[in-house]
Design a protein around this ligand. Structure first.
Ligand SMILES: NC(=O)c1ccc[n+]([C@@H]2O[C@H](COP(=O)([O-])OP(=O)(O)OC[C@H]3O[C@@H](n4cnc5c(N)ncnc54)[C@H](OP(=O)(O)O)[C@@H]3O)[C@@H](O)[C@H]2O)c1
Length: 270
């Protein structure tokens, strides 16, 4: 991060800790970060986890000098927390909410008119810096404000920006829920290995590393998945036999339906 912005996290849970920890690893001055967290034991833990960062209990105080205020509490607490800090926000401050399913409209209703506001949806691999976060700014957010928010979320992995909030349900269904689909695949691949006589420990290792390796190759080669699939599929060989079984079981359609079902559910929950 190149600016000298100060950043406040409201809520010192898993996500705030991952983001602040990622920023510290990138070399940000800890004096530029403040975390507000109500639970005394958690504050004590944060002082150790995030050495040098200011950890306090008062959301309003944390907000007062911040250029970027990250709302990192559970969705059910968002309205209360925004109510506490609304009058303390600097006019140029950006509010970045990572609360799942909380719309820009609902957030804006608790804030002064014209306050820069961005909604973001990270996913759980963010906890190890390997997530992907989709940010959706309100139309009046200035480019440098959006860049500041992106630079903070980059501490947790990749970022993408969308301008149409209606796409957030699709984001939730794909990258938000997606890790669970991959865990199911890992479990099933390992079970298949065990069915072929492999010891469970080895099958687990092979399944996990195959998912990691294939994912990295896909990302780093820039190749279409179909091209990479064709490269490991020799005529009359083992892989085409396995792929045929996947198609007969409807796995491709099943994955598509999983994303669509999650999308429908996300829209119902709005
Ligand atoms: N974890 C993920 O991968 C993920 C993915 C997508 C979106 N999100 C979103 O990110 C947000 C944070 O998730 P998380 O996993 O970090 O949750 P979390 O670990 O439960 O963290 C929330 C933190 O907020 C604190 N808090 C509660 N009330 C507060 C208040 N009034 N003022 C300030 N802090 C308060 C909680 O303290 P107590 O422990 O005392 O309650 C807790 O430390 C959620 O809205 C979630 O929807 C998370």
């Amino acid at each position: 991060m190149t600016t000298q912005a100060t950043i406040a996290f409201l809520g010192g849970g898993n996500m705030a800790t991952a983001l602040a920890g990622g920023l510290l690893k990138q070399g940000i001055d800890p004096a530029r970060i403040c975390v507000a967290e109500p639970l005394p034991q958690r504050r004590k833990a944060l002082e150790t986890l995030l050495a040098g960062v200011t950890v306090i209990s008062d959301n309003g105080l944390a907000t007062a000098n911040a250029h970027l205020v990250v709302v990192a509490v559970k969705p059910g607490v968002v309205d209360k927390v925004l109510g506490e800090v609304a009058s303390r926000l600097a006019p140029q401050a950006v509010v970045l909410s990572i609360a799942a399913g909380v719309s820009l409209e609902r957030l804006a209703a608790r804030l002064p008119p014209g306050q820069a506001l961005i909604r973001a949806m990270p996913n759980t691999p963010a906890l190890i810096g390997a997530g992907i976060t989709v940010l959706c700014p309100r139309p009046d957010v200035a480019e440098p404000q959006l860049e500041l928010a992106c630079s903070v979320m980059k501490a947790a992995g990749e970022v993408a920006v969308i301008r149409d909030e209606g796409l957030m349900d699709g984001v939730t269904a794909l990258s938000g829920s997606g890790p669970a689909y991959v865990y199911l695949m890992a479990e099933a691949l390992s079970d298949g290995g065990v069915a072929c006589g492999l010891p469970r420990e080895l099958a687990d290792r092979l399944a996990v590393q195959t998912l990691i390796g294939a994912g990295r190759l896909l990302a780093e080669s820039g190749q279409h998945p179909g091209v990479l699939k064709n490269q490991v599929t020799s005529p009359g060989g083992t892989t085409i036999a396995g792929l045929g079984a996947l198609e007969r079981a409807g796995v491709r359609g099943g994955l598509m339906e999983a994303v669509r079902a999650a999308w429908i559910r996300s829209r119902e929950l709005n």
